[in-house]
Write a protein that binds this ligand. Structure first.
Ligand code: PLP
Length: 410
């Protein structure tokens, strides 16, 4: 009889967003008069429509598909050269990174790549993750049977190395005592909104090269970086070509969460023994992925055009302005806030020793503002709370005013 992959049964339920949805529904039912007035700043999804220059590129690509002379069937596995060359130039060479077009793998978004990358590595590898963490890194390794047993009480896996990122270490992960094989870093970070400077990232690159580990670097929020000393790519750091794989996405930069496009960089210098990881990922990509759609790749190309770039950066600036409103407003009101500057996320300390869920209820009841409890991202997220800049400006201002009033009332 067929047997299932038992590892799937080890996965704890993804209670975070379903619990939030249930609590919101219960509140709406109990308070129908106030439901309308609720502001959701828990969202990790963009809200602005696709920029006009990109919509135009999508229309044009759709027309291409309708004419025999310009019709496109299967795309090349790694992506069209027009896009890979643009990425290599604009995201890498222009920033002084030595990355070539044939080291870039275009995909349908970076969640798939972040989740799939682990399969080119041995089952015996140990992973290290920041705590709190974007759940995909851990769960994809649970499915592969790499994480050991789950301790429900503590919310941790026995065979995962956790690197706490809290106010105590200024959200900078410390080198782990036990040596990991795979190190997941999300910079700028979801959920904390904090980041690493070049100097801080260099410590990790040197460490990985020294111990023979591979860094899996998720740069989904690269477009939100404002500070000079924050690297836009791990390849700005000397030595990264021999220890790092980088994931990038058009989702948060250009509003492609529904369009779906991303890419992964595997440098040809990155080897395990004498095996190039580039060759393994190329093989996986070619076997299990049949190329990202032509229309989407043309849309992504337009993100780099003069008009497209200007328009998407205006959208990013809009979200950043919202984030600023949250960060500055809450700080002024006396909240302890982190992140925000190089990301669309503000990470705040909950009030008066409330735990993350108590603060969620408190904020919903008293300010009709919805955020995300930090404990949903890992044990070290307890006592923290995430708000995002992805709402509308008007709602963001209103939410912050309510949170300020709440603080005054106390
Ligand atoms: C949103 C996000 C992504 C991007 O995922 P896509 O599949 O490209 O939409 C990747 N990593 C993190 C941490 C994210 O928050």
């Amino acid at each position: 009889m067929v047997k299932i992959n038992e590892n799937y049964l080890k996965l704890p339920g993804s209670y975070l967003f379903s619990t939030i949805a249930k609590k919101i529904a219960a509140y709406q039912e109990a308070n129908p008069d106030k439901a309308e007035d609720m502001i959701r700043l828990g969202i990790g999804d963009v809200t602005l429509p696709i920029a006009p220059a990109i919509v135009e590129a999508i229309h044009k690509a759709a027309d291409d598909m309708g004419r025999a002379e310009t019709f496109h069937g299967y795309a090349p596995d790694m992506g069209y050269a027009f896009l890979r060359e643009t990425i290599a130039q604009r995201d890498y060479k222009d920033r002084g990174c030595r990355i070539e077009a044939d080291e870039i793998f275009v995909s349908d978004g970076s969640k798939s790549d972040c989740g799939n990358i682990q399969e080119i590595f041995s089952h015996d590898n140990r992973i290290a993750v920041c705590d709190p963490v974007y759940p995909v890194y851990v769960d994809s390794n649970v499915m592969a049977g790499r994480t050991g047993e789950y301790d429900t009480e503590a919310g941790i896996w026995s065979n995962v190395i956790y690197m706490p990122c809290t106010a105590d270490n200024c959200f900078v992960p410390e080198l782990p005592k036990e040596t990991p094989d795979l190190i997941y870093l999300c910079i700028p970070n979801n959920p904390t909104g904090t980041t690493l400077t070049r100097k801080q990232l260099k410590v990790w690159v040197d460490y990985a090269n020294r111990v023979g580990a591979v860094i899996l670097y998720d740069g989904a929020y690269e477009a939100y970086i404002s500070e000079e000393d924050v690297p836009h790519s791990i390849y700005e750091i000397e030595g990264a070509r021999t220890c790092a794989i980088e994931f990038r996405s058009f989702s948060k930069k250009a509003g492609f969460t529904g369009v779906r496009l991303g890419f992964t960089v595997v440098p040809k210098d990155l080897k395990c023994g004498n095996v190039m990881l580039h060759a393994l990922w190329a093989r996986r990509h070619g076997t299990k992925f049949n190329g990202a759609p032509y229309i989407e790749q043309r849309a992504a190309e337009a993100v780099y055009s003069q008009e497209g770039h200007k328009q998407v950066m205006e959208q990013v600036a809009y979200y950043k302005k919202n984030t600023r409103v949250i960060y500055d407003g809450l700080k002024e009101a006396g909240y302890t806030v982190f992140g925000g500057v190089n990301s669309p996320y503000v990470w705040l300390k909950t009030d008066d020793g409330m735990n993350s869920w108590e603060f969620f209820d408190y904020l919903l009841e008293n300010a009709r503002v919805v955020g995300t409890p930090g404990s949903g991202f890992g044990p070290s997220g307890e006592g923290y709370f995430r708000l995002t800049g992805f709402g509308t400006y008007e709602n963001t201002v209103k939410a912050v005013m309510r949170m300020k009033a709440l603080k005054r009332k106390k």
